[in-house]
Design a protein around this ligand. Structure first.
Ligand code: FAD
Length: 641
């Protein structure tokens, strides 16, 4: 086998976004030797791109806010499919995690009386998002990197070595998890992006924090790292994925010019007063308030506008309905011929706020449109449309510890599932990373403390991982040789067209057939050149992951015959309470159909755990009746029958 560099740690964290960094800090604070591996530069992750803010019920702007209101909003946003335990922990712990960041040096925007300011966002009853202008993620990552440096300095003082307990391996891609003879995690295998040299980590606990899957779709706000690696690594190691049919299309991505199509326009624009209009100049969202939200949103423009100033006596604007509702509404407006010239709708902040104020509150948006589209958002409206943004589905984990069903394998952040149900509320990801990143780090530390014998990776698995990684360099053995960029473009187009915002059974079946054909072609993927910084090779390896994830999404979407949150079936347009109780679990299919290059997956139904009674009691029975079966509601104190 080719030469491989080897390292031993107690906890290996794969991913250096908010979730990975918070997990690594927690494990290191327990005194464990912790490695952080990331395929991008250290500091370049999706968390850095987060604009709008971090949701936490601190009640600084409206003291009616509380963890109970945040919990209710999160469950409503997810249409009651969320892991209620995760939603509970998240709502209760998010404020402490935000405060903690300030103790580590973060500086959030302030209210006039000096408290952390909070802004409105879709689906949140009260202003709740702690923010730093529209560059919140940058401040969060900067702060956690600073915390990591502080911990390394403490280690240096004690041991003379900055990296004694915490080391970062940047631009290093993990291609396979390693397990021992009993199926427990034993480490990971990967390569340095710059040199192409192999690297093997030995660790009894691995935390996956690799983010999302957006690069499987053509129009996306996500950048090149989001190829679903963690999802696929977990599947191949024996973990389950949950809720993979739920993919969030953010309603407002840029639609023009084509080179920047999909880049995000933060929901903060609407939170701060921006409104959506169609080509006729109508504020069309008033026509799209679904029955389940009737009574909670303003019915007239006057009331909606008054709400920005007086939230006690007015209802919120429907421009701030949860993202799935707004994305579907925009889709309909465009389809019915009321779209903007480039196939979107208009987002107008220019007519609603002085230019200086727009530049102060939304500096990144101002520059983004000026530089990329030559549009001055202080003078004219933006053209926007839906873009693939976030995956609610992910690795199925224990809510309290983040452990998957594979011993020693943990997951957190966007690559973990459950927390957001069928649709994530804006701002709930950054808080999710902080709450569950910490919990996964602690979960991994507790697990390591209980391990009696360090697991040893199966040597044949390490050799197979190396062989698989080198396969694209040996096209002769693989037939004609497929170009990874061509395959990727075909996959993205197909996922966008068939597995996008609106789905049907026949489209899902066609998608699965097309994925089957791509699976065959990916065996023949061939790259030129050598292992030193070779992006074509990197993409060829990522394709395996994207195909597995694509199959998980399409199979789950075909199985769920209802519409809910980020999964809309034109052939099954309504919510079905029977489906609320059911989760779809995706696992590696070991039933005689296995394929070593892109292992096949199988989707199974499972019952969701019933919500604890004290949490159920936080909702009015009449509201729950829109989602639950009568039998489930007998546990409600208002006495469902
Ligand atoms: P990331 O921050 O993406 O980190 C993933 C890490 O995994 C990276 O370091 C990557 O290099 C690494 N990685 C991946 N695969 C491998 C591999 N095979 N080997 C090694 N390393 C690997 N959410 C909010 O709550 N509020 C917002 O305002 C907000 N705004 C957003 C704006 C944009 C433009 C985008 C794209 C998202 C936004 N989100 C927002 C969502 C939120 O930013 C993400 O969901 C969140 O940052 C994901 O964090 P993470 O730690 O799970 O993953």
């Amino acid at each position: 086998m080719t030469e491989t560099e080897r390292h031993e740690y107690d906890v290996l964290v794969i991913g250096a976004g908010g979730a990975g960094l918070r997990a690594a800090i927690a494990a290191r604070e327990r005194g464990l030797r912790t490695a952080i591996v990331c395929k991008s530069l250290f500091g370049k992750a999706h968390t850095v791109m987060a604009e709008g803010g971090c949701a936490a019920a601190m009640g600084n702007v409206n003291d009616n806010d509380s963890w109970q209101v945040h919990f209710r909003d999160t469950m409503r946003g997810g249409k009651f499919l969320n892991s209620w335990r995760m939603a509970e922990l998240h709502a209760k712990e998010a404020p402490d995690r935000v405060w903690e960041l300030e103790t580590w040096g973060a500086l959030f925007d302030r209210t006039p009386d000096g408290r952390i300011s909070q802004r409105n966002f879709g689906g949140h009853t009260y202003p709740r998002l702690a923010h730093v202008g529209d560059r919140t993620g940058l401040e969060i990552i900067r702060t956690m990197q600073q915390r990591i440096v502080a911990l390394q300095q403490a280690d240096h003082t004690e041991t003379g070595d900055y990296e004694a307990r915490l080391r970062v391996f940047a631009e290093c891609t993990v291609t396979e998890l390693l397990t021992d003879d009993d199926g427990a995690v034993a480490g990971a295998f990967g390569y340095w992006r710059e040199s192409g040299r192999f690297i093997e980590f030995s660790a009894p606990a691995v935390v996956l924090a690799t983010g999302g899957i957006g690069k499987s779709f053509q129009v996306t706000s996500n950048s090149w790292e989001y190829t679903g690696d963690g999802h696929a690594l977990a599947l191949r190691a024996g973990a389950n994925l949950i809720d993979m049919e739920f993919v969030q299309f953010h309603p407002t991505g840029m639609v023009w010019p084509p080179s920047v199509k999909g880049i995000l326009v933060t929901e903060g624009v609407r939170g701060d007063g921006g409104v959506l209009k169609n080509a006729d100049g109508d504020r069309f969202m008033f026509g799209y308030v679904p029955d389940v939200f009737k009574g909670q949103y303003a019915q007239t423009e006057d009331e909606a506008d008054r709400w920005y100033e007086d939230q006690e006596n007015n209802r919120r604007t429907p421009d701030l309905l949860p993202r799935d509702e707004v994305a579907r509404a925009i889709n309909t407006e465009v389809k019915e011929g009321r779209g903007s010239p480039h196939g979107g709708v208009y987002l107008d902040i220019a007519s609603r706020m002085p230019a200086d104020e727009i530049r102060r509150r939304l500096p990144s948006m101002y520059h983004q449109f000026k530089e990329l589209a030559d549009v001055d958002i202080t003078a004219e409206p933006m053209e926007v449309g839906p873009t693939c943004h976030y995956v609610m589905g992910g690795i199925d984990v224990d809510p309290d510890t983040g452990q998957s069903r594979v011993p020693g394998l943990f997951a957190t952040g966007e690559c973990a599932g459950g927390m957001h149900g069928s649709n994530r509320l804006g701002g709930n990801s950054l808080s999710d990373l902080l709450v569950f990143g910490r919990r996964a780090g602690l979960g991994a530390a507790d697990y390591v403390a209980g391990v009696r014998r360090r697991p040893a990776a199966r040597r044949e698995a390490v050799e197979a991982a190396a062989e698989m990684t080198l396969a694209p360099f040996a096209p002769a053995a693989h037939g004609a040789g497929e170009n990874p960029y061509t395959l990727h473009a075909e996959l993205q187009r197909m996922m966008n067209d068939l597995v996008g915002i609106i789905r049907t059974e026949s489209e899902m079946t066609e998608a699965l057939d097309r994925l089957g054909a791509l699976r065959e072609r990916v065996r023949d993927v061939a790259v030129e050149g050598h292992r030193q910084y070779n992006p074509g090779w990197h993409l060829a390896l990522d394709l395996r992951n994207m195909l597995m994830v694509g199959e998980a999404v399409a199979s789950s979407a075909r199985t769920r015959t209802e519409s809910r949150g980020g999964h809309t079936r034109a052939d099954h347009p309504g919510l079905d309470p029977e489906w609320r109780r059911r989760a779809l679990l995706t696992a590696r299919d070991r039933d005689g159909r296995d394929d070593v290059v892109v292992p096949r997956v199988a989707v199974e139904q499972a019952e969701r755990a019933p919500m604890r009674e004290d949490l159920l009691a936080l909702f009015d029975l009449t509201e729950l009746e829109k989602y639950y079966t009568a039998a489930e509601l007998t546990a409600h104190p208002q006495g469902g029958t």
